[in-house]
Ligand binder design. Structure first.
Ligand code: SAH
Length: 233
């Protein structure tokens, strides 16, 4: 599909690199091949869009490394009829990838400027099965709950109970969880443990996957936008 972007070569190369790093699921690789990552970064970083790296975006945040997006999407075991909640829309890239895998994606972002840009990108790509909301992800999206899958793309110390409560029985939640203790000696980057939580008949079962580096999930809304939670689309 020649959508807005001509850079099919960059995307194909990225997919090859991800294959080399152990991503084997075909639908995940196809989803990444369909999403023009250069549309999700500032013009300044366009040349780096298909390197397997996180890239800075506005409001001091980052668009995740494609490997991590692919890995998380794979671990989430998303099916085509599922309803997925994402906390941390950021650039909108992870939501765009999930849009190709899920039935509907609900994505929440606390920075209004980021959300507005992300929404335009998703509209331009005609990914109409993504619904976004400006709000605090710690509260989840009660009106749309429960969800088959929940993905946190910002790091937490513990997974908020409110989010677990919005997960369907049999559902899966993926989150980067910060270490309980700071490393000694102090490290510049403190890696989190990407954790998969399965809501099984025996209760919650947690499995640690890989080390990741995400920005922290921050409670509440930034000062200038505190006047309201509003559905954006
Ligand atoms: N998924 C994004 C990358 C996420 S970066 C992408 O594909 O580009 C983490 C994002 O989580 C940031 O945009 C940050 O503003 C957002 N965030 C942090 N705390 C949040 C909260 N409490 N509620 C909603 N979003 C939050």
């Amino acid at each position: 599909m020649a959508q807005s972007s001509p850079n099919l070569h960059g995307r194909a190369q990225l997919v090859m690199a991800l294959r080399g790093k152990g991503i084997t699921n075909r639908s995940i690789l196809e989803a990444l091949e369909k999403v023009p990552r250069e549309d999700f970064v500032d013009a300044l970083f366009e040349a780096e869009a298909y390197t397997d790296r996180a890239i800075p975006i506005a409001c001091g945040q980052t668009i995740s490394q494609p490997f991590v997006v692919a890995y998380m999407s794979e671990a989430l075991e998303v099916g085509p009829r599922m309803r997925v909640l994402e906390i941390g829309t950021g650039s909108g890239y992870q939501a765009a990838v999930l849009a190709h895998l899920a039935g509907r994606v609900y994505s929440i972002e606390r920075h209004r400027p980021l959300l507005e840009v992300a929404r335009k990108r998703l509209e331009k790509l005609k990914l109409h099965n993504v619904v976004t909301r400006h709000g605090d992800g710690f509260l989840g999206w009660k009106e749309q709950a429960p969800f088959d899958r929940i993905i946190l793309t910002a790091a937490v110390d513990v997974v908020p109970k409110l989010l677990i409560d919005q997960l369907k029985p049999g559902g899966i939640l993926i989150a980067p969880i910060a270490p309980q203790e700071a490393p000694s000696p102090p490290a510049e980057s403190i890696y989190q443990s990407l954790t998969k939580i399965m809501h099984s008949e025996q209760g919650l079962v947690a499995e640690s996957l890989i080390k990741v580096l995400f920005v922290p999930m921050v409670e509440g809304l930034p000062q200038e936008t505190r006047h309201g939670m509003e559905r954006s689309r």
